[in-house]
Design a protein around this ligand. Structure first.
Ligand SMILES: [Zn+2]
Length: 522
């Protein structure tokens, strides 16, 4: 197999489902304009990665060759599964600072410039400026921060024109106003954009969610400051949203299942509204190889504090990943009985209650320190394990209530382990992987899973609720009052994969890692 064929074989082609007929006619009429806006977002993201990328994508990403397919799938020549290394011969790996910093800028020089020019700080650390070097000054060179609205003016004007054209097709309403305001905001300064983000958080009851702008900073490997452009077009399922409202309303009852040992206290505030959507189209960083199953935005601390944020569950992406990636894993790992019992519904509600559980449980210790601070380097893995296992406890306890479908313990347990194996593949050494190892080892020790004669995993349904509660209790106690030695002992005892588990994961290496999606609007 050629390198490109090998690369693509890790992704299972999948069609994302959605029912466009449910959209009002005016909204359907606006879809082509939104699609055109998304294409312009792609071009901005290419500029952010490398000067040469817009031309490369224009020349080589269309057609049916493997190269064109791979370029479209990763939305560029860089492999997210391999530290963003280039997979096209002759195309160099990207720079840490991509194309949003000068080529030869070091972190030390960036920091030194800010120290020497305090007035420049705000513009330099802004998520929405490009740093450039100007050579025409004394002595040596000087650094300047150029706002995105100026740097990408032509492309942003294009995005705005398409968004306005889409708004023109819509009848009066909050979505129309949002698109008009968003078009303006993308072409103006950071504050205008934050204001527009706040408007998006407040936007309810619209048939579509249009997420468009620079949001995440993961691709800035130099300083982790600069946001990269992305776009997602999402069809809202208001009926599913109503089921989530019942869960939100039941939050005080759910919270009683999570222990608060040693006078620890929960976080203030409560929970962001959750919505269920189907993804119709994505662009920019929104479609770079691995699609998100869920997200919450915006990231701006000011907007989050004042208005909040939206938690978005992307159902058709979750479904496609479940059918094409999780199921084949389950087929290999689980016993036939457990495989038959596993279901997408159980998986979906486990992911949903995982997000809910993050907002519950100890957040502060009796001495006032946050759990995060008190647990230090052990925190992330413990917190992820808490969310996973807390969700399992809630699912066992409340299936059939508050909009959660009725599910048998066997279905809950089998779906839980199918999901666990999929996620553990992404690496045992990072937080989610360690969190998964903790759960696997603990539940196994409690007898909640066993091996069949054929070496398959079998869930012992009646043991799942007790074992999950015991682990939740253990984790919350560690978070609430564990000493560093206790945290370390627990994390090392349970957070390490046994040889048996490693062998099981190695045995999955030929199965697809993720999907190669066709979007409803592609
Ligand atoms: Zn989580």
């Amino acid at each position: 197999m050629t390198l490109l064929a090998q690369l693509l074989s890790q992704f299972k082609p999948a069609t994302l489902e959605a029912n466009l007929d449910l959209l009002p006619e005016d909204v359907r009429a606006a879809l082509p304009d939104l699609k055109a806006a998304f294409e312009a977002v792609d071009r901005i993201m290419y500029c952010q990665w490398s000067e040469d990328l817009p031309d490369l994508m224009a020349d080589r990403a269309s057609g049916y060759s493997l190269e064109a397919k791979a370029l479209r799938h990763f939305n560029g020549p860089y492999n997210v599964l391999d530290a963003n290394k280039s997979f096209i011969e002759g195309v160099p790996d990207p720079l840490p600072g991509k194309n949003v910093y000068p080529e030869n800028l070091t972190e030390a020089e960036f920091d030194a410039w800010i120290d020497a020019h305090p007035a420049d700080r705000a513009a330099f650390v802004s998520p929405c400026t490009v740093i450039e070097r100007r050579l025409n000054s004394e002595p040596g060179s000087m650094l300047v921060a150029i706002p995105y609205a100026e740097k990408y003016r032509d492309e942003l004007n294009e995005v705005a024109a398409h968004l306005k054209a889409a708004a023109d097709k819509l009848e009066e309403g909050a979505l129309k106003t949002f698109l008009e305001n968003r078009a303006e905001a993308l072409c103006s300064d950071y504050d205008a954009q934050a204001e527009s983000d706040a408007e998006w958080v407040r936007l309810h009851d619209a048939p579509l969610e249009v997420v468009i702008g620079p949001f995440e900073v993961y691709s800035d490997a130099l300083k982790g400051l600069k946001a990269f452009y992305e776009a997602m077009l999402l069809q809202v399922d208001h009926q599913a949203g109503d089921a989530l409202k019942s869960i939100e309303n039941a939050l005080p009852i759910l919270a009683e299942q999570i222990p608060y040992p040693a006078h620890s206290r929960p976080a203030m505030g409560g929970m962001a509204p959750m919505i269920v959507v189907d993804e119709l189209l994505a662009a920019g960083e929104g479609r770079s190889g691995i699609l998100a199953s869920a997200f919450n935005l915006p990231n701006d601390a000011g907007v989050r504090g004042a208005v909040g944020w939206k938690q978005v569950m992307i159902r058709n992406v979750m479904q496609a990943k479940f059918d094409n990636c999780t199921r084949p894993i389950a087929a290999r790992v689980l016993s036939a009985e457990d495989l038959a019992a596993s279901s997408f519904d159980a998986y979906f509600f486990h992911v949903l209650l995982h997000e809910v559980t993050h907002g519950l449980g100890p957040a502060y210790r009796e001495d006032g320190r946050s759990i995060n601070e008190a647990c230090g380097r052990w925190h992330t893995a413990l917190e992820e394990a808490k969310a996973d296992i807390g969700s399992l406890v809630l699912l066992c306890q409340f299936q059939g209530q508050f909009g959660i479908p009725a599910l048998s313990l066997q279905t809950i347990g089998a779906s839980f382990f199918a999901g666990l194996y999929r996620s553990i593949r992404f690496g045992l050494h990072e937080a989610h992987g360690r969190a998964n190892a903790i759960q696997y080892n603990f539940l196994k020790e409690q007898g909640a899973i066993c091996k069949t004669e054929g070496g398959h995993l079998h869930v012992v349904p009646e043991k799942i609720p007790e074992a999950a509660k015991a682990l939740l209790d253990r984790i919350c106690t560690l978070q609430a009052c564990g000493t560093d030695a206790e945290l370390q002992a627990f994390s090392e005892t349970y957070g390490t994969a046994s040889e048996d588990l490693i062998a099981q994961i190695d045995n999955l290496s030929d199965l697809p890692i993720d999907i190669l999606p066709t979007f409803p609007l592609d």
